[in-house]
Write a protein of this length. Structure first.
Length: 316
């Protein structure tokens, strides 16, 4: 289990400060599944040990009102802790955020880690995590609330309003795959949100709309999201498209590992010979999100392509 190179979708602000501790950052589905509440709140007091937040609105879970204390982490997997202390909180008191909160036995609340389990709001825009906190997208508040409320409710076995979700998906994915440049950035982020929402909700009725994003070899982030979005549609064509990604010498290793994860959900026993052959020559280079070596998320674990393929083949 090692590390690779990162292309950020967006840094809303400067990256995290150097920490004595480092941690294995959870993926967004883990953040959502382990949370009890999704709320919009304003931080009214904050220091290194925690925050006091006033609840503005509850979007998922039992309704919260008034003021809550956030002083712990519910999905923090430390890789080292040279000072033998819990990492600091870093959100300031002026921040308005969506929080994924887990209630603690003390009656206080926890977020996932110091770097995820929240989404900052500024000027009607949200720095949203749909995949992993290393990969964020800037989306309108209405888009974030519609998609993330649906995702939260889906993971907690509750009904959700499918209309705004389908509107986003149908509108965003009807456009050609956009790139993160001056003219395409807004569409790029909306397409990211749409594809990742398909993945989280397990939607199988947007298959044709997803395929152009999987085939776009020039667009790493869209290709990763498309590979995830096809989890609910294990068609023969899907399988061969994912095989093509694995065989490509130009596709990034992280995208290949995501394709392998999707194939793993298919349990494609008929592809075992092809996958075994690919495993023989697969990359054994360090893989992961990479980034600044001072980033506390630096030890987030991602297998090499060879490791992921070997595990997949051995399970077929």
């Amino acid at each position: 289990m090692r590390l690779l190179v990162l292309l950020f979708l967006l840094f809303w602000a400067a990256g995290p400060l150097a920490h004595a501790s480092t941690w294995d950052e959870p993926w967004q589905e883990t953040v959502v599944k382990k949370a009890d509440h999704l709320v919009l709140a304003r931080v009214t007091a904050a220091d290194a040990k925690g925050m006091t937040a006033t609840i503005l609105r509850t979007l998922g879970g039992d309704t919260l009102t008034g003021t809550v204390r956030i002083n712990d982490f519910y999905a923090l997997r430390l890789c080292n802790d040279s000072l033998n202390t819990k990492p600091d909180f870093e959100l300031g008191k002026t921040d308005s955020c969506y929080f994924f909160l887990q209630k603690q036995p003390s009656g206080d609340y926890a977020i996932a880690t110091p770097t995820t389990g929240f989404a900052k709001v500024r000027a009607g825009q949200v720095a949203a995590t749909y995949r992993h906190s290393y990969h964020q997208a800037l989306v309108p508040l209405a888009v974030y609330e519609a998609t993330m409320t649906a995702i939260f409710r889906h993971y907690h076995g509750q009904e959700y309003d499918v209309t705004p979700v389908n509107t986003l998906i149908n509108t965003a994915l009807a456009l050609p795959p956009a790139h993160m440049d001056a003219t395409g950035r807004s569409t790029f982020f909306l397409q990211h949100a749409a594809l990742e929402t398909i993945y989280h909700l397990g939607l199988a009725n947007h298959y044709d709309a997803v395929l152009p994003f999987l085939r776009d070899t020039t667009n790493f982030h869209a290709q990763v999201s498309a590979a995830r979005a096809l989890t609910a549609t294990p068609t023969p064509e899907d399988k061969q498209l994912l095989i093509k990604i694995l065989a490509s010498k130009s596709t990034r290793d992280l995208a290949k590992v995501i394709a392998i994860r999707t194939l793993t959900t298919y349990r494609p026993a008929e592809l075992k010979p092809q996958l075994a052959a690919l495993a023989q020559t697969a990359s054994d280079e360090p893989n992961g999100f990479g980034g600044n070596i001072m980033d506390p998320r630096i030890c987030t674990q991602v297998p090499t392509v060879k490791e992921a393929l070997t595990v997949l083949v051995s399970g077929l």
